[in-house]
Design a binder for this molecule. Structure first.
Ligand SMILES: COc1ccc2cc(-c3cnc(C(=O)NCC(=O)O)c(O)c3)ccc2c1
Ligand SMILES: [Mn+2]
Length: 259
């Protein structure tokens, strides 16, 4: 849990950039999970939130995942999050675009800075577009799941939260991660404003979003490991299925300049 100096210079020029990347490397190696607070700083965080609220009010979010309400076992399903894919170049998403390039900078920076030049032994060379998600409240939740259970290429999940004055007791919406190998330990992450979370996307990190009772916004990016993704491409080609939404939203990071 680390705090970022909130300034308005590009991420990779910030004085604490190297420390940030080192914190990510250490936490990801130790726990497979890393939380950074005050990632953009209040001002920039608010500009991103304003763009997300604007998108939501324009009604462009798609209904989210159907989540069968196992408890009552009736057909009624509680919709999980509502989502929209954004690549950050759209006119009304410039600030989201800036957030994306800052997340790229710390992920690619950590990737390069690690002693063997790889974060978690991955060769990160691409990512999805940004998935802007809203849990509309009224108990909407996401059952325990693994983001990438079948080696589809996604290695790191990055989630940026936008929820001001969030009171977990009143509003719920806790993200609970059940890190593999930590027996009965769980990582409880509150979806707080200007907080960013990284975790390995595979079976090491089953997680759930507990019922939210207030509108809950988040922006997620998934980073690809080149080898795993290429392997998956071949596998899915044969099975002629590409079961992840994210493929059509892939952005190539090779061209991305990281100091
Ligand atoms: C086929 O198209 C799609 C489109 C969107 C999809 C979104 C998710 C997803 C996965 N994880 C979470 C999550 O863990 N959120 C944690 C948090 O908000 O704190 C979440 O909100 C959403 C999974 C599959 C999808 C497939
Ligand atoms: Mn997930």
């Amino acid at each position: 849990n680390h705090s970022v100096q909130s300034t308005n210079v590009p991420m990779s020029q910030r004085s604490d950039y190297v420390d940030l990347c080192r914190n990510i490397i250490r936490d990801m190696d130790l726990y497979g999970v890393c939380v950074l607070d005050n990632f953009l700083g209040y001002q920039r965080g608010m500009t991103v939130l304003d763009e997300v609220l604007n998108l939501y009010n324009m009604g462009v979010f798609k209904d989210g995942q159907l989540v069968r309400n196992k408890a009552s076992n009736n057909l009624k399903t509680i919709r999980g999050d509502q989502i929209i894919w954004v690549d950050g170049r759209e006119d009304s998403c410039k600030q989201i675009g800036q957030l994306i390039s800052d997340v790229d900078a710390v992920v690619m920076g950590s990737n390069k800075m690690n002693d063997n030049g790889k974060l978690g032994n991955y060769t990160i060379n691409g990512r999805t577009k940004a998935m802007v998600a809203c849990y509309p409240g009224h108990g909407s939740h996401y059952v325990k799941h693994v983001d990438n259970p079948n080696k589809d290429g996604r290695c790191i999940t990055a989630i940026y939260y936008l929820n001001k004055d969030w009171d977990i007791k009143e509003n719920g919406g806790l993200l609970r991660i059940f890190p593999e190998g930590w027996s009965d330990q769980v990582a409880d992450i509150e979806p707080l404003f200007d907080r960013i979370l990284f975790f390995w996307s595979d079976r090491r990190n089953p997680h759930e979003v507990q019922p939210a009772f207030k509108t809950r916004y988040a922006i997620t990016l998934w980073y690809f490991d080149g080898n795993e993704k290429e392997e998956a491409g071949r596998k899915f080609q044969d099975a002629s299925q590409s079961n992840i939404c994210c493929y059509q939203n892939v952005c190539d990071l090779n061209s991305m300049h990281v100091p």
